[in-house]
Design a protein around this ligand. Structure first.
Ligand SMILES: Nc1nc2c(ncn2[C@@H]2O[C@H](COP(=O)(O)OP(=O)(O)OP(=O)(O)O)[C@@H](O)[C@H]2O)c(=O)[nH]1
Ligand SMILES: [Mg+2]
Length: 448
């Protein structure tokens, strides 16, 4: 996977038909391979759209399809290598013929993520930015795209770089004190070092505090709608989706199975789950449904406990409230278009008229993002890999701070501080291993 001396090729546009399809070629021979595709001997003009006809030898037409070739000489290209992009008609037949022809001309089919991997290896992007490319392509909500853009622009890289700089300042001073022990001179006092480390630790903790929200933005959350039969769970499900997805009837026990739909709610991408009403029942199908509801309850990131506000609370309502007490939940008081009977605290809505839905959406977003405040100007740590490394850096910093307080020799805190530094460098990819790179880029698809 890590050979970068050869020339790679892949279809860069999605599978299927389109007005245009693009073949991307990267490597030392990119210009020559593109030239062979269109039967051109002289070099392409750099960064210039060159109209050309596919060489007849591509075998798909007697005259050859019309294409546009754009050549980006190294190092001013996406990968930092010579890159040629061939835009053709977006027909899978044409594109695979061009691909085959490029391979005949000496290019190799690219591995998943290999273009971006080369961009990373050539210093065009750091690891955070490379991962953000994948996130941006996979984004389905504007907020996901925005988080990916922030990382592409280097917001997170910058924040981590500044933390790392301050950390290395302390490390350098402690090392200097170690190197010149005889002078009895300390380049940094223990108290001063502790203050600097406290600031570094605090900034890492701020980033970590954002990571739950960030991950939610990136991965979405599972939100389960639960409650006794007939309280209006399916009606709420449909209202939130703005579609008549689930069957709604006046008969208790209508929903028997779990229904899941993706919904973009308050900028978050959620998996919304409608469940069977929880009650004791002799019906075997409904029993299965109720046990699925219980399983869903356990895995959900948030539960919406729906009560029918227009009738007295039942034993089933109380049972569900007790069952969900210790997990993140929002109590929803439905049927508020009817006269109110119960005085339970919660968000009043009417799934039938749509009243109160905005308030409910705000409550869901606020519950999921823990404080609901708008912290979008903070760089969001959306990636589990980054969060794990930040945790590791934090633990090492705390251990170093403890050692400094004990006034032991500088060697001990230094080991911890170096470990913290390495964890930070692993986030941006200044320290990497082949295993790590393989793991990250294997999740890309071909052509990225
Ligand atoms: N007046 C009023 N009726 C509602 C409201 N929401 C739901 N209903 C009615 O309540 C009945 C049950 O609605 P469903 O959405 O099927 O309830 P459910 O909780 O999914 O029921 P099960 O699937 O049987 O557990 C239907 O007759 C709905 O029309 C509301 O906000 N106001
Ligand atoms: Mg239902």
């Amino acid at each position: 996977m890590f050979s970068t001396s050869d020339t790679i090729v892949a279809i860069a546009t999605p599978a299927g038909r389109g007005g245009l399809g693009v073949i991307r070629i990267s490597g030392p021979d990119a210009g020559r391979v593109a030239g062979e595709l269109v039967g051109r001997n002289k070099p392409f003009k750099a960064r210039h759209a060159t109209f050309a006809k596919l060489d007849v030898a591509s075998g798909i037409s007697r005259t050859g399809d019309q294409v546009v070739v754009t050549f980006f000489p190294a190092p001013s290209s996406y990968t930092g290598e010579n890159v040629a992009e061939v835009s053709a008609h977006g027909s899978p037949v044409v594109l695979s013929a061009i691909l085959r022809r490029a391979i005949d001309a000496g290019a190799r089919l690219a591995e998943p993520g290999e273009f971006t991997l080369r961009a990373f290896l050539n210093g065009k992007v750091d690891l955070v930015q490379a991962e953000a490319v994948a996130d941006l392509i996979d984004a389905v909500t504007p907020l996901q795209a925005r988080a990916a853009f922030d990382q592409l622009e280097g917001t997170l890289t910058g924040a981590i770089g500044r933390i790392e700089g301050d950390l290395f300042d302390v490390i350098a001073k402690l090392e200097a004190s170690l190197d010149f022990p005889d002078e009895g001179y300390h380049f940094v006092g223990a108290a001063e070092a502790r203050t600097a480390l406290a600031s570094v630790t605090e900034r890492i903790e701020e980033l970590l505090a954002q990571s739950a929200r960030g991950r939610l933005v990136r991965e979405g959350a599972q939100v389960a709608i639960v409650g006794a039969p007939n309280v209006g769970k399916s009606s709420l499900f449909n209202a939130l989706l703005n579609a008549n997805r689930a069957i709604v009837t006046a008969i208790p026990g209508t929903t028997r199975d779990i229904l899941t739909e993706r919904a973009d709610i308050g900028g978050l991408s959620l998996a919304l789950i409608d469940t069977a009403g929880v009650r004791e029942t002799a019906d075997v199908v409904e029993q299965q449904g109720v046990s699925r509801t219980r399983e869903t309850l356990r895995v959900a990131d948030l539960v919406l406990v729906v009560l029918d506000r227009s009738r007295e609370m039942t034993a089933e309502d109380r049972g569900i409230l007790a069952e969900t007490e210790s997990q993140p939940r929002v109590v929803v008081l439905n049927k508020s278009d009817l006269p109110t009977v119960i005085a339970e605290a919660g968000v009043a809505i009417s799934a039938r008229t749509g009243a109160g839905l905005d308030g409910l959406i705000a409550a869901i977003a606020s519950e999921l993002t823990s404080d609901g405040s708008d912290q979008r100007d903070q760089p969001a740590v959306t990636n589990v890999r980054h969060a794990v490394l930040l945790e590791r850096a934090r633990a090492a910093l705390l251990s170093a701070t403890g050692a400094l307080a004990d006034e032991v020799s500088e060697e001990f805190p230094l080991l911890d501080l170096q470990e913290a530094g390495h964890a930070l460098q692993e986030i941006t990819g200044r320290r990497t291993s082949d295993d790590l790179l393989h793991h990250i880029f294997a999740t890309f698809c071909i052509g990225k």
